[in-house]
Design a binder for this molecule. Sequence first.
Ligand code: C5P
Length: 218
Amino acid sequence: FAGGPLEGRHVLVTSGPTHEPIDPVRYIANRSSGAQGTALAAALRDLGARVSFVTGPAEVPPPARVDVIRVQTAREMLEAVTDALPADAAVMAAAVADWRIENASGSKMKKEGGGAPRLDFAENPDILASVCRSEARPALVVGFAAETDDVVAHATAKRARKGCDWIVANDVSPATGIMGGSENAVTLITADGAEIWPRLTKTETARRLAERISGALT
Ligand code: C5P
């Protein structure tokens, strides 16, 4: 909003899963509701940022008053993200499918008479890593890491591997109930180390993260 600390800033947010077609009616996907990415985009907007929101087919509707760019596949997401740059910050909350089906069928695969199909997997582009390497790299790039064990160690390694500034890590082991739920418990990994945040609603987690992003940009 006018007068907010992020007024005049452009922030790119990716959110939701990607869908990788097997045939016109079937796909593989990651389990992501899009709730955290959507809350983040809204929180950044509320601090005055212009938000480009690149989203896969999420369960929750996108926020109002952001530029929504809808995609299905990882490759479409990469193209939309590249087109949306330059930005002051990029927050990559999407759960991108690591693989796509290379031999996807243009017509519906039939059960009758065929036997089980063989799917050939090809690796998808890493959108976060490619934004980090881009000539138009935003000043602040934030990645997410969903981990089920050794959260800090894995997320710290991921921060270095991807080349991003921060990693927002969360423990998504089934016992936490976080996946698809309304709460999140994150650990923020920066160059200074790991900060364990309390368990908060996804909305509150988003507000805190947006404040931190704002602080880093101003
Ligand atoms: O490697 P991993 O999928 O655990 O990394 C998660 C982070 O990388 C998230 O920020 C996610 O949005 C991003 N990512 C991506 N493109 C991929 C895979 C992950 O941007 N193909």
